[in-house]
Write a protein that binds this ligand. Structure first.
Ligand code: FA5
Length: 343
C-alpha cells in the first residue's frame, strides 16, 4: 500500500513537470484528487484493511493530498507569471503599469462668471430665460425693430441658414420671445451663445457668450438701468472702484441707447491688442427699450417702460481673469483653462 502511495507521488511529479497551461493543472488535480481520482481510489480501498493499517495509510494519504494541492497552487502562480513575462517580451505595451489617475474636469471661466451673475440677479427677483441658438429672422431682428433691409443688420455679420433662420447674433433675441410668453412686470436675464462671422482677433470670436438683461414694469427709468449695471460689475469684480465710461450708443431696439465700456484690465488703460489700443473694452451696451419692441411683444408702451442690456459675457470673463486673447477660451487648451477653472 505504502509503495502504491509512493508511486502515485512520483507519477504526479513527473506529470507536473510537463505542464505549461493553467487548465492542464486543473485536469491534473481532477486526475489525482477528483471523485474517481487515483488517490481517492486508494482511500476507498482502505476499508478492506485492518484498523492499524487504515490509520497509517490514511494519514500518509492525507499528507500526499495536501502536497498535491499545494504544489498545484504554487505551479499555477508560476504558470501565470510566465505568461505575463512572455506577453511583456512580445509587446511595447506594459500591462503591469498602474493606470493613470482620473483627471477631474473643471468649470469653464465663462460658466463660472455666468453662474455668479445668475446668482446675483436671481437673488433680486430676476428669472433666467432662454431661447434657441438657431433663431428666426423675426426674433433676431424684426421684433427688435430691425426690419428687412434696415442698415443696422450690417452691424452684425450674420450666419444665415438656407431656410432663412440665423445662428443667433445676439441674446437680445430672447427679449421678444419672453414678452410673448410672460406679461409685465418682468425681470429676466438670458445668458447664451451667439455667433457672428467676424474677423477674429484678441477680442473677437465667431462664437461667444452674451448675457441679456431686461426689466419691464411701470415707471422704469435710466436710474434703474444704471443701478442694475453697477450692481453687476461691483459684485462680479468684488470691488466698486472699477473704472467705466458711459457714452451714447446706437441700437434700433433701445432709445436712448448707451455703450458702457470698461477700463481695460489687461493693460490698465494704457492700450493693448485686447482693447484695440484704446484703453477701453466694449462690454455692456444698454438702453431704454424702444416702444416698437414693446408693441411687437404685445405690451402697451403707454403703460409700461423698460430697460435692457447685452453684456459681453466672454469679454467679462477675460477681464475678470486677465485673459488677454479671447481665442484661448474656445481653444480647448487645458493649460489655460486649468489655471482658472473651479472644481
Ligand atoms: C449687441 O449685441 C446688443 N444686442 C446689445 C444690447 C442689448 C444693446 C440690449 C442694447 C440693449 P453688440 O454687438 O455691441 O450689441 O454686442 C454686445 C457685446 O457683446 C459687446 O459689447 C461685446 O462685449 C460682445 N461681443 C460682440 N461681438 C463679439 C465678438 N465677436 N466676440 C466677443 N464678444 C463680442
Amino acid at each position: 500500500m505504502r509503495e502504491n502511495l509512493e508511486s502515485i507521488r512520483e507519477n504526479f511529479i513527473s506529470e507536473l513537470t510537463k505542464i505549461k497551461m493553467e487548465k492542464d493543472l486543473d485536469n491534473l488535480r481532477v486526475k489525482f484528487l477528483g471523485k474517481k481520482g487515483v488517490l481517492t481510489g486508494v482511500l476507498k480501498n482502505l476499508r478492506n484493511f485492518d484498523i492499524e493499517i487504515r490509520k497509517q495509510i490514511g494519514q500518509e494519504s492525507n499528507k500526499l493530498k495536501s502536497f498535491i494541492e499545494e504544489t498545484i497552487s504554487s505551479k499555477k502562480i508560476e504558470v501565470k507569471k510566465k505568461l505575463i513575462d512572455e506577453k511583456l517580451k512580445s509587446t511595447d505595451f506594459d500591462i503591469t503599469l498602474p493606470k493613470d489617475e482620473y483627471d477631474i474636469g473643471s468649470l469653464h471661466p465663462v460658466t463660472i462668471v455666468q453662474k455668479e451673475i445668475e446668482k446675483i440677479f436671481t437673488g433680486i427677483g430676476f428669472m433666467i430665460a432662454d431661447g434657441p441658438e438657431l433663431e428666426t429672422d423675426y426674433f433676431n431682428f424684426e421684433a427688435l425693430n430691425v426690419p428687412k433691409h434696415h442698415p443696422a443688420r450690417d452691424m452684425q455679420d450674420t450666419y444665415w441658414m438656407e431656410d432663412n433662420r440665423v445662428l443667433r447674433t445676439q441674446t437680445s433675441a430672447v427679449q421678444g420671445r419672453t414678452m410673448k410668453k410672460i406679461k409685465p412686470p418682468l425681470r429676466i436675464i438670458a445668458p447664451g451663445r451667439c455667433f457672428r462671422n467676424e474677423a477674429l482677433d484678441a477680442c473677437h470670436e465667431n462664437t461667444f457668450f452674451q448675457l441679456e438683461g431686461m426689466v419691464i414694469d411701470k415707471d422704469i427709468s435710466i436710474s434703474n438701468l444704471i443701478y442694475a449695471m453697477r450692481l453687476l460689475l461691483t459684485k462680479v469684480f468684488g470691488r466698486d472702484d472699477i473704472k467705466v465710461r458711459l457714452r451714447p450708443g446706437y441700437f434700433p431696439f433701445v432709445e436712448p441707447g448707451f455703450e458702457l465700456d470698461l477700463n481695460c484690465l489687461i493693460c490698465g488703460g494704457k492700450g493693448c491688442p485686447t482693447c484695440k489700443y484704446s484703453g477701453w473694452t466694449e462690454l455692456l451696451p444698454c438702453g431704454m427699450i424702444h416702444p416698437n419692441v414693446l408693441i411687437h411683444g404685445g405690451i402697451d408702451p403707454e403703460e409700461y417702460t423698460g430697460f435692457a442690456f447685452g453684456l459681453g459675457l466672454t469679454r467679462l470673463a477675460m477681464m475678470k481673469y486677465g485673459i488677454s486673447d479671447i481665442r484661448a477660451l474656445n481653444s480647448g487648451d487645458l493649460r489655460i483653462l486649468k489655471q482658472i477653472g473651479v472644481r
